[in-house]
Design a protein around this ligand. Structure first.
Ligand code: F6P
Length: 326
């Protein structure tokens, strides 16, 4: 088995709060185990462009509390090509980097899976995405912070919704997964939560809204996941307006505000633990897996499964949310 002496670390895909805490944990655990650690800028793109620099303990001082990623992030089209990956390999060789830790989501792990098989490079993944859409971990790094961002914003919108007797449709991120919408919707006491994992019937939604009005509920919040099958929040608002013009509606797209700001305590602890375990996994000879946490235990999931076996949305939680929001 190859004795690992130098490792590289990168962050790729949409950034997520807690990535810095994970970088810090990888760098410091590596140095603690007498490894040299190299930071690769802007994900796989920086690997292709040879944007690689040695990191020391001090390189990661005062970053545990910061959102974003000091290594920057990108979605690399070049890495999807064989030529791009050849360039990446040559740069790894130039720096004598034996193994990689990659932090990101499904695109990151798809790339890692191909690259590690193609060139037999030891690679470990850390789940870094606000979407929580990876199999093999209860929670991804950044999800908890994004939830708190959504809940805080929704609480504020609730104040103005009540003041004006308005219905607000708040669109949240999640690409094609409803994890952010479901959990934040419960915490914000949303009147309804629309997610891509279940079919949305506008007629049912409207009769529910009318029923609420009859019970003197004059305002409301509906959390819409960006991938919902009925369309985006603006489309859904138009459909509601058509059959219920007397209800005044406003739409808020929360957008990238969800991904920023200091990571929550839960994200900092998760990122630290998984970063620490990623380096230990490499040293024990593991490769081609994502390190996750399930029921408080460390779990290793092959990249392929982490990406393809999308973990399931908790439908009973959605039913509960609907009972509680009457
Ligand atoms: O995957 C994270 C995510 O924030 C998704 O929720 C969202 O659909 C997407 O990234 C947005 O991507 P971008 O920042 O490239 O617009």
């Amino acid at each position: 088995m190859l004795k690992i002496k130098r490792i590289g670390i990168l962050t790729s895909g949409g950034d997520s709060p807690g990535m810095n805490a994970a970088i810090r944990a990888v760098v410091r655990t590596g140095i603690n185990n007498d490894l040299e650690v190299y930071g690769i800028m802007s994900g796989y793109q920086g690997l292709i462009k040879n944007e690689i620099a040695r990191m020391e303990t001090s390189s990661v001082a005062n970053i545990i509390q910061r959102g974003g990623t000091i290594l920057k992030s990108a979605r690399s089209e070049d890495f999807k090509t064989k030529e791009g990956r050849e360039k990446a390999l040559n740069n790894l060789k130039k720096h004598k980097i034996d193994a990689l830790v990659v932090i990101g989501g499904d695109g990151t792990f798809t790339g890692a899976d191909i690259f590690s098989r193609e060139h037999d490079i030891p690679m470990i993944g850390l789940p870094g995405t606000i979407d929580n859409d990876l199999y093999g971990t209860d929670f991804t790094i950044g999800y908890d912070t994004a939830l708190n961002n959504v809940v805080m914003a929704t609480d504020k919108i609730r104040d103005t919704a009540i003041a004006h007797n308005r219905l607000f449709l708040i669109e949240v991120m999640g690409r094609d997964a409803g994890f952010i919408a479901l959990r934040s919707g419960i915490a914000a006491g949303a009147e309804d939560i629309l997610i891509p994992e279940t079919k949305t019937y506008i007629s049912e939604l409207i009769s529910k809204l009318k029923q609420s009005r009859r019970k003197n509920k004059m305002s409301g919040i509906i959390i819409v996941s960006e991938g919902d099958d009925a369309g985006g929040a603006y489309d859904i608002a138009d459909k509601i307006k058509e059959s219920y013009p007397e209800y005044e509606i406003r739409v808020t797209i929360l957008g990238h505000i969800q991904r920023g700001g200091p990571p929550s305590c839960a994200d900092r602890v998760l990122a630290s633990r998984l970063g620490y375990e990623a380096v230990r996994a490499l040293l024990k000879g593991r490769s081609g897996v994502m390190v996750g946490e399930i029921d408080n235990k460390i779990v290793y999931t092959p990249f392929e499964n982490a990406v393809k076996q999308h973990h399931k949305i908790n439908k009973p939680l959605l039913e509960m949310a609907r009972v509680l929001s009457i």
